[in-house]
Design a protein around this ligand. Structure first.
Ligand code: CA
Length: 228
């Protein structure tokens, strides 16, 4: 689960990021509205926590752009403003919840969990598949040809990302930010190692081979072309 926090108060932002990271979420943090807006529109976030009053682009504008672009990720507003009009405005724009500062972290975490549950219960797909590889998203299990494959949590996340975006070449930098909470550093081979392990589990002994290396670009999961 990947979150974006846009909060211009440095301390509040860092505190939130640390707390949510400790709770097991991957968190991107932006301290201004302009970068926050850019990240919100280009990253793939499962939930956004937006401060309302931000330099340049305010939280409402970020939410408005998201919804106009068809992005329905849950948005929690975090703000010192507590007037009724502000709450109404946020909710009308399509915010999912509203928390007034100062707040207790435990309450924020509880609300975040509620938002994620609400979002994932009725509509989300329960499984993903390509060829004879199936992912059970609720139970975090993978099967190939009906046979259970044991994956670590990271391996499952990596596989889920690849299958969700099958046919699309994913650069290492994108994989690094989506699966690991890290910026891509060309010296690290974490991703290559993880892909090699994953390949060993889902492709070794099976046909067709699904994980493809696209030289100089990244990795992709796809059915091989008929001709090859
Ligand atoms: Ca602010």
């Amino acid at each position: 689960m990947k979150f974006l926090i846009v909060e211009d108060e440095i301390k509040t932002g860092e505190y939130l990021k640390q707390g949510l990271s400790e709770a097991g979420f991957v968190v991107d943090l932006s301290h201004n509205g302009l970068d926050g807006h850019h990240l919100a529109m280009t990253g793939h976030y499962d939930l956004l926590i937006l401060d309302v009053m931000l330099p340049d682009v305010d939280g409402w504008q970020i939410l408005k752009s998201l919804r106009e672009a068809g992005n329905e990720a849950p948005v929690l507003f975090l703000t010192a403003r507590d007037s009724i009009e502000d709450r109404v405005k946020g909710l009308e724009l399509g915010a999912d919840d509203y928390l007034v500062k100062p707040f207790v972290f435990a309450e924020l975490l509880a609300r975040v969990r509620t938002l994620l549950r609400r979002r994932t219960t009725p509509t989300t797909e329960l499984s993903l598949s390509i060829a004879d590889l199936e992912l059970d998203l609720a139970r975090h299990r993978a099967r190939r040809g009906g046979k259970r494959i044991h994956l670590t949590a990271k391996e499952f996340s990596l596989l889920e990302l690849l299958v969700r975006r099958q046919g699309e070449v994913l650069p290492r930098s994108l994989i690094a930010s989506q699966v690991w909470d890290m910026n891509f550093d060309s010296d690290t081979n974490v991703i290559d190692v993880a892909i090699r392990r994953l390949r060993g589990k889902i492709d070794d002994g099976y046909d067709p081979k699904l994980i493809q290396t696209v030289r100089g670009m990244g990795y992709m999961i796809d059915l091989p072309d008929e001709a090859s």
